[in-house]
Design a protein around this ligand. Structure first.
Ligand SMILES: Nc1ncnc2c1ncn2[C@@H]1O[C@H](COP(=O)(O)OP(=O)(O)OP(=O)(O)O)[C@@H](O)[C@H]1O
Length: 709
């Protein structure tokens, strides 16, 4: 078995060839990152690689575990039925997980053999805490809703590049660092070698930033607006705060959901989670996250000035249009109501030397008052509507012509200057605020990623705890010698299938007040009594307890083994070839290894006489192995016992009678040392009670035969 810690190439791992290795490296970026995913047993990430199914990802992780722990799932679950029971249990637990990550991770829990009793006990201790926790929190709707939104954090896939800002550097080192940190995804970054080159390219940007001191002393044209900064020292949060914020913005939902989940878990259960982030850090991170939108912008309400400027940009068009419309209407109305009275001399002046010009200037004076009044009203309304500051009003002033024009129109150049001025203010103020935000967030990135990982890990254990709490499971006592004893137990697969599940008690290989700890037993009983259900239950108990999980019993003791063999009922008499194959598969019971063997009605593989001999032989072999226990369900107990001399116990599930609805009343717990017969008598009694007339008389006659009448 290959341990991952000793491996530096994926190809050294079993199950990974050139093709898969290539896919993993391409997807995770490097061989080391791919190995890290395997080391973390992260099935969800593995199965997100195109071409890798979840089933294959799970089997790869099982290989990894086999290498790390020196155990393998196939060595424990030795038959297909044993594996099916394991898979069904895992399926049930998976339905309690809230995230694809934890759902997949649950499939990495496996049963351990007896040599890993330490591991089993360690898992037991951990799971027990989560069962207690789940009893408090499993139905907490808020917590469940929050957990559903948690997923691994990812680097943002798309970046919006600034068109105004760019970084120029003459240092190859600085340039490479900027590219490495992903700053070039958000701002253009240039490596420049000459001043001429710098000036040429920088012309295209309104906020060029030069890193390094080489060009600082140079005289540049004033209007280029260069900002200079020492290279090396500049951090990403300052140079491109959007690069830092983008990560948190893209992951806003899972981060905020994790924060909510942590708060609920801490407040409502006191469970220790994410100890590296105390309550103060959690609130700091929550506050920072509340400041940014999923698009990486500042949330409304963070800064009133940014909100005002954004409001101006959003609403200025409408405000200008409305003010202009009103100004024209007002001017029209004022002039409608205006009459101009001319004195006689003014009237005569019209025909004098200055003629029309004199009249126009006289009328202008009359209109000017009304014009300036409506223009002033328009400006005031724009100022009030957009909450403009005095210096911003300069641009508004320039929008209206001093000369009277009708209809009044806006000077669109002035409108553009106004918009640019507002935009400049907004980007400067946002940049300052984003830098503050990015500075604080950049310090929290590692802790934040760790936090989300822990919450996902929490959900895995919380799902196991919730499953155990929901099914009322209890931790079994673990012992050394092969054996199982369960009391008030029930088969978890019956839930939802049987109307009312009756708890059962049973023991094999462990001494109780009714048994001597016999290790090999035949379980006989009425049809539909619950024998198969009992075998399934025993398999569940063996698997769950070897995983370190609680079992479906009020109390249980389980002796650790190394293998589980479960053979289910064969569907009818087999062909000679299939019969041979089945007998061969039973040769695996040979050997002294510690094992639990469960077999359901092996007799149906061939005719009863031959079956009884074969079963007797197998039971004898198992009886010789001190380290194994076996339960064989069979209707041939008497014939089997005739074929062997070794002391095999026979237990029975017995029908006690018929209930008011003529259904069999079965005591589902096997009676020890009791050969339960199939109960044709009860069937005949049922027919008697359910019929009348001649038919009833006929059944009564048959019943009489049973009663010796
Ligand atoms: N403890 C129990 N509580 C409630 N219902 C049960 C219980 N055990 C078994 N049953 C129900 O009884 C029915 C028969 O069970 P099962 O198939 O295990 O019987 P069986 O003895 O193996 O029958 P057969 O001899 O016909 O194979 C099933 O429908 C099962 O759901």
């Amino acid at each position: 078995m290959t341990h991952l810690l000793d491996v530096d190439s994926l190809l050294e791992l079993p199950g990974i060839g050139e093709k898969i290795s290539g896919k993993l490296i391409e997807h995770f970026g490097s061989e080391e990152s791919a190995l890290e995913v395997l080391r973390k047993h992260d099935v969800a990430s593995l199965s997100s690689v195109p071409g890798i199914s979840e089933k294959y990802a799970i089997s790869l992780i099982h290989e990894v575990i086999a290498g790390e722990e020196g155990v393998s799932i196939e060595e424990f679950l030795r038959t297909q039925e044993a594996y099916s029971v394991y898979e069904k249990i895992i399926g049930l637990i998976r339905s309690y997980a809230h995230t694809p990550y934890s759902r997949a991770k649950i499939s990495t829990f496996i049963p351990y053999p007896s040599k890993r009793a330490d591991r089993i006990k360690a898992i037991q201790a951990e799971i027990e805490d989560y069962v207690t926790l789940a009893n408090t929190l499993k139905d907490d709707a808020e917590l469940n809703a929050a957990l559903k939104k948690v997923r691994h954090l990812k680097e943002p896939s798309k970046a919006v590049k600034s068109r105004d800002r760019a970084i120029f550097t003459d240092s190859k080192e600085d340039y490479e660092k900027l590219v490495r940190d992903g700053v070039d995804r958000y701002l253009d970054v240039y490596f420049i070698e000459s001043m001429g080159e710098l000036v040429d390219i920088a012309k295209g940007y309104s906020q060029p930033l030069v890193l390094g001191s080489r060009f600082a002393a140079t005289d540049f044209p004033d209007d280029m607006g260069f900002e200079f900064m020492e290279g090396g020292a500049a951090e990403t949060w300052w140079l491109a705060p959007e690069a830092v914020i983008a990560f948190f913005a893209a992951n806003k939902e899972p981060i905020e959901a994790s924060l909510r989940a942590i708060k609920i878990i801490r407040e409502r259960s006191g469970h220790v989670i994410c100890s590296q982030l105390d309550d103060a850090k959690i609130s700091e991170l929550s506050q920072e996250m509340a400041r940014i939108t999923p698009e990486g912008e500042l949330e409304m309400g963070v800064d009133p000035e940014v909100d005002r400027l954004k409001g101006v940009l959003d609403r200025h068009g409408e405000a200008f249009k409305a003010a202009l419309k009103k100004a024209n209407a007002d001017l029209h109305e004022r002039m409608e109501n205006n009459t101009v009275t001319l004195k006689g001399s003014q009237l005569l002046g019209m025909f004098g030397e200055k003629g029309e010009a004199g009249l126009k200037s006289m009328l202008e004076k009359e209109v000017a008052r009304a014009y300036s009044a409506v223009i002033n009203e328009a400006k005031e309304s724009i100022k009030a509507q957009l909450a403009l500051k005095p210096f911003e009003m300069q641009y508004v002033d320039m929008m209206f012509s001093d000369d009277i024009v009708y209809p009044i129109e806006l000077n669109y150049r002035a409108v553009d200057s106004f918009k640019s001025a507002i935009n400049r203010q907004l980007s400067k103020r946002s940049l300052d605020l984003k830098r503050g935000c990015a500075k604080r967030l950049s310090k929290l990135k590692t802790a934040c990623m760790e936090m989300v990982r822990e919450v996902l890990e929490f959900d895995t254990y919380f799902a196991i705890g919730s499953f155990a709490a929901d099914y009322g499971l209890n931790m079994p006592a673990i012992s050394d010698k092969a054996g199982i004893s369960i009391s008030s137990a029930y088969n978890i697969f019956l839930r939802g299938r049987a109307k009312k599940v009756e708890p059962v008690s049973y023991a094999v290989g462990i001494k109780t007040k009714d048994t001597k700890g016999e290790r090999v037993v035949i379980l006989s009983g009425v049809n539909s009594g619950g024998k198969t259900t009992m075998l399934d239950l025993l398999a569940q108990v063996v698997i769950l307890s070897h995983m370190g999980f609680p079992v479906p019993a009020e109390s249980a003791e389980v002796g650790l083994v190394d293998e589980l063999m479960y053979f289910s009922k064969s569907k009818g008499t087999l062909t000679a070839g299939a019969f041979e194959a089945t007998i061969k598969s039973f040769s695996s019971v040979i050997g002294k290894s510690r094992k639990v063997v469960l077999v359901d009605e092996l007799e149906s593989i061939t005719e009863p006489g031959a079956s009884a001999k074969i079963i007797a032989g197998i039971l004898e072999t198992l009886h010789e192995n001190e380290n194994s226990i076996a339960v064989f369900v069979s209707h041939l107990a008497e014939q089997i016992l005739e074929n062997t001399k070794c002391g095999i116990r026979v237990d029975g599930i017995e029908a006690k009678g018929l209930d008011a609805n003529l259904n069999l009343i079965v005591d589902r717990s096997p009676r020890y040392n009791y050969l339960a017969r199939s109960t044709p008598e009860l069937i005949v009694e049922r027919l008697t009670r359910a019929s009348d007339g001649d038919e009833k008389l006929f059944y009564q006659k048959l019943l009489g035969k049973f009663k010796g009448l």
